[in-house]
Structures are given as structure tokens and as C-alpha cells.
Design a protein around this ligand. Structure first.
Ligand code: ATP
Length: 376
């Protein structure tokens, strides 16, 4: 999103991709099911979801590699129904970063331009420009097998960018790289996107990747888009149980709405010993069943009751402890037959002594601004 400050009012960039009622059926399987989505010019947009949710099928329909069963795609205002893949203003970078092994890096990057009939000297000049962009200036004469995995991935990016597409589609672009390199390439992709200003649409099943790179994310499940929002909004205000569970770690506590008014939801739950209060607009109807989604790092854990007398305070026993280096997760049993509540504590000090141990009685509490109540 780009926000113009000089006019006083925020200016939202015009859409570059408009998807309406888009479906793709393979026999009885609805791989993509009536999706509506708008992607704005200059966005770094991520399609995120578990394996089989339909994100690759959606990306391939944008590229023109699959035909929709129903619905429309407009790119830069133009209906794509009759536009074949090679005439669309998009380019795709594949997971396996398909580079030609027998060609030099420069020829690899220039290849698409040469196929389009652009003279060799001009194609090479533009290929060198694209290699500079991905920080591979000077590598043109090498063959792909003389490059590292990260460098080969950058060649694939340069090859896609050299044709100056309006939209770059990236299918799990970092999945073939090892963990360290993947993290480094996230920054590089974001910097590259900012410097070229082209809209990026990236498919990933890796939430960290989506959260760290994208300006907005569409979370998909079962062929449908569950929620589209910037990363922090998805994390703090998930709109469905699926999104709350898929993004980060969460305690999902089933209950019933006892009161809902003036931006406050009061909820009772078999797992909780007291009714709890959550500040939330757009209240749910009284009597409705729902889920309290509570992030483990937002729960306070203490041996004594909290000093403020504690709204949203429950008592339990530490049953399991998971040490993860930077944080420890305490799993607390509140009642015999309900799932344990996870509480994350940052290990800020180099102390080996744990603040709590197995079997300790502890108080858990959280502010009404922590957590959201979600419909079934
Ligand atoms: P992954 O992360 O595993 O690649 P995905 O979210 O990208 O998964 P898709 O590849 O889009 O998911 O597949 C969505 C659904 O459509 C899956 O159930 C898949 O089995 C099915 N599907 C995809 N392509 C075909 C095909 N050519 N024929 C039949 N079914 C297909």
C-alpha cells in the first residue's frame, strides 16, 4: 500500500490485479473456489496457506498456465480471459528456478528477450542491467553450475525481471534454499521489490516468510480466501479460527458469549474458571458459541494472584515445559478434561533456573485487549 501524505487524505494505489468469482475445478475438486481478491499496484502480496489449499492453482491462473472454470481476472484493467500466457504483462519465477545449465548466466537472462526478437547487443545490455539489480553484476560469463543456490535463484529473478513485467509471480521462490540463505534472501527480495517497484505476488506455505516480506497476505484454506490483511492485522485480529491457528501459535478456548455490548464481549468457557472479558467491536450475539483466541505470549504467568485483583485470571498447574532457547513454553492445566493452555516466556536472562517448574500452581491472567473472540 502506498499512502500519499501531501494531499492530507491517504491515497490507496489503484488495483493492478482484480479477481472476481474465480474458480478452478478438477473433476469434483474445487482447487480454487469463488475467490474475490484485489492486489494493488506496487504491493508485495503473499498467498499463504497449507499444502493443497489452492494457492499455486490461483497463481498459475494469473500466469495463464491454467484456465479458470469460472470467474474473471483483470490485470492492469484488461480482462485476461482471452490473453494467452506469453502475452500477459506478468512473469513467473518457478520453485525450481529453471535456468538453462548449458548457457552462460548472461545468455540465460537475455534468453527471453532474444526469443522476442530483440537484437543481441540490446538484449545483453538489458540482461547486464538486470544482473546488476540482483547483485550479480560481473557474473555474466559464468555457467549456472558455477554459482551457489542463492545466486542461481537470483539469475532466475533477473530472467523474470529483464522483460519488465507489470507483475512478478513467484511460486515458493525460496523453498529450495537452506534456512540461513532463505532468511537472507527474504531481505533481498523485499529490497529488490522496493527498488524495481513492480508488483510481486508470492506463493508460500511458510508463515514467517509471508509475515516478514509481504505488505498484505491472503490466507487460503480449501480453495477459499479466509482473510486478506497486512501481517500485524492477521496476527492480532484474525477473523476466523483457521487464520488464528495457522498464523503463529494460539490457545483456542471454546465458550459461549454471555454478554456483548459497548465494545466488550464477556465469555464463559468450560476450560476457564471465571467468565472472561475481551474488548472487541462488532460483538457476537449473546448465546452464540465461539472461540477465544489467545496468543501464548500475551498471557501473564505468576505464582501469586496479579496485584490488580485480576480480571481474566485463572489458576492451574504447570504440566509441561518446552525449552526453545529464546523462549520457554509453559503448558498449564486448568481443568482435567480441557486442553492445556500455552504460555510463552522470553528467556531474557542467561539464568538456567526456571521461574516455574512442573507441578507448580500458577495464576494466568491477560488484559481484555489481548485475544479475540471468533465465531465457530
Ligand atoms: P502446495 O503448497 O502443496 O503446492 P497448493 O496450495 O499450491 O499446495 P494446489 O497445487 O493449488 O495447492 O492444489 C489445490 C488442489 O487442487 C489440491 O487438492 C490438488 O490436489 C488439486 N490439483 C491441483 N492441480 C491438479 C490437477 N492438475 N489435477 C487434479 N487436481 C489438481
Amino acid at each position: 500500500m502506498s499512502v500519499g501524505e501531501d494531499s492530507g487524505a491517504p491515497v490507496i494505489e489503484a488495483p493492478i490485479i482484480e479477481i472476481a468469482g474465480l474458480s478452478k475445478h478438477y473433476g469434483p475438486i474445487a482447487a480454487v473456489d469463488k475467490v474475490d481478491l484485489t492486489i494493488r499496484r506496487g504491493e508485495f502480496f503473499a498467498l499463504l496457506g497449507p499444502s493443497g489449499c489452492g494457492k499455486t492453482t490461483l497463481l498459475r491462473m494469473l500466469a495463464g498456465l491454467e484456465l479458470p472454470t469460472a470467474g474473471t481476472i483483470r490485470i492492469d484493467g484488461q480482462d485476461m480471459s482471452r490473453v494467452p500466457a506469453n502475452r500477459r504483462p506478468v512473469n513467473m519465477v518457478f520453485q525450481s528456478y529453471a535456468v538453462f545449465p548449458h548457457m552462460s548466466v548472461l545468455d540465460n537472462v537475455a534468453y527471453g528477450l532474444r526469443v522476442d526478437g530483440i537484437a543481441k547487443a540490446e538484449a545483453h545490455r538489458r540482461a547486464e542491467e538486470a544482473l546488476d539489480l540482483v547483485k550479480l553484476g560481473g557474473y555474466g560469463k559464468r555457467r549456472p553450475d558455477q554459482l551457489s543456490g542463492g545466486q542461481r535463484q537470483r539469475v532466475a529473478l533477473a530472467r523474470a525481471l529483464v522483460k519488465r513485467p507489470k507483475v512478478l509471480l513467484l511460486d515458493e521462490p525460496l523453498s529450495a534454499l537452506d534456512a540461513k540463505l532463505r532468511e537472507q534472501m527474504r531481505f533481498e527480495l523485499v529490497n529488490l521489490q522496493e527498488s524495481v517497484g513492480i508488483t510481486f505476488v508470492v506463493v508460500t506455505h511458510d508463515q514467517d516468510e509471508a509475515l516478514s516480506m509481504a505488505t498484505r497476505i491472503a490466507v487460503m484454506d480449501n480453495g477459499t480466501v479466509q482473510q486478506t490483511a497486512p501481517p500485524a492485522e492477521l496476527y492480532e485480529f484474525p477473523s476466523t479460527k483457521f487464520v488464528a491457528d495457522f498464523i503463529g501459535s494460539v490457545n483456542l478456548i471454546e465458550g459461549r458469549v454471555a454478554e456483548s455490548a459497548a465494545g466488550l464481549v464477556r465469555m464463559t468457557a468450560p476450560a476457564l474458571q471465571v467468565p472472561v472479558e475481551i474488548e472487541q467491536e462488532a460483538g457476537m450475539p449473546v448465546g452464540a458459541t465461539g472461540w477465544l483466541a489467545l496468543r501464548p505470549e500475551k498471557v501473564d504467568i505468576s505464582r501469586d494472584p496479579p496485584e490488580d485483583g485480576g480480571r481474566n485470571t485463572v489458576v492451574g498447574t504447570v504440566e509441561e515445559i518446552t525449552y526453545l532457547g529464546d523462549v520457554s513454553i509453559f503448558h498449564v492445566r486448568l481443568t482435567a478434561d480441557q486442553p492445556l493452555i500455552k504460555v510463552t516466556i522470553a528467556n531474557l536472562d542467561r539464568v538456567t533456573r526456571r521461574p516455574f517448574t512442573w507441578g507448580d500452581r500458577v495464576h494466568l491472567s491477560w488484559a481484555p485487549t489481548c485475544g479475540v473472540v471468533l465465531a465457530q
